[in-house]
Design a protein around this ligand. Sequence first.
Ligand code: GRG
Length: 300
Amino acid sequence: MPTAQTNFNLEEFLAEKKILIENHLKAVLAPKEPATQLWQAMEYSSLNGGKRLRGILCLTAADAIQMGMSSTIIPLAAAIECIHTMSLIHDDLPCMDNDDLRRGKATCHVKFNEETALIAGDALLIEGLNLLSKVELPSPKIVEIIQVVTSAVGAYGMTGGQMIDLENTNKNGVTLDELEKMHEMKTGAFLKASVLVGAIAAGANDSQVKALSKYSENIGLAFQIIDDILDLKSDSATLGKTVGKDEEQKKATYPRLLGFEVAEQKAYELVKEAKESLQNAHINSTQLCKIAEYIIERNY
Ligand code: GRG
């Protein structure tokens, strides 16, 4: 079990893990023949920046359960980032958010074209699942991991959440409970899955899975609250994406429903509880605690 580190440098830690994940992505997504433009679009969107938060959470959760696990887990983290990139490509499409800026660069459909972006997203989803299926773990664990990921991405998770979000656009009277449910499905479920995949791969027991579930649910919601705040308070150059979209589409957001201060307080409370849940289960991971803090302190 890892112990608390006083000299821990989060920036260095995140940079190091990011490189591990991106090296794997580079190897897996290098353009090939045939359908070269498809691979180019997959590589472009996957390797054009990004915090790698979900992949890093997967690696870090695994290490929190069984130290030294992260190298075995890299393909899982890369797979998670492929699936995450799919969601960004599809979210940016003209029929969805119709955005031309992502991670500070042209979105996939702007750089290539809409058809290519659509199938690049499809291919990243499937290649991501394929990567999960090939990881060096016992088959029952692989099946469990695939179940966790597909549940989080399917109609009860990200896809369903996206549908609700579309329905909420320009809609008045969305309640806090409805907003929370939408985010839990659209963003929270996959972030939680990223943590659980690492934990399952590393052999977490029931109480550890329970604690990590609470941790990831809380940081997922905190992440979304801060995302809403940044959409209002930050600028496109810092965020690498168009800001002010929520206002433009008259979407319900945490700052809109609660006010900035209360929304921010809620995010801090969620992170505090997330760290407590780890402590209660004796998961002494400085890294997971610092990532939780980073989620609310980030500026992009
Ligand atoms: C086809 C299965 C399938 C689903 C597509 C489009 C869609 C359904 C869902 C959209 C989900 C989505 C884009 C949620 C937003 C999540 C979010 C806040 C992303 C930004 O995450 P960061 O800040 O991004 O971690 P980086 O760029 O750092 O990776």
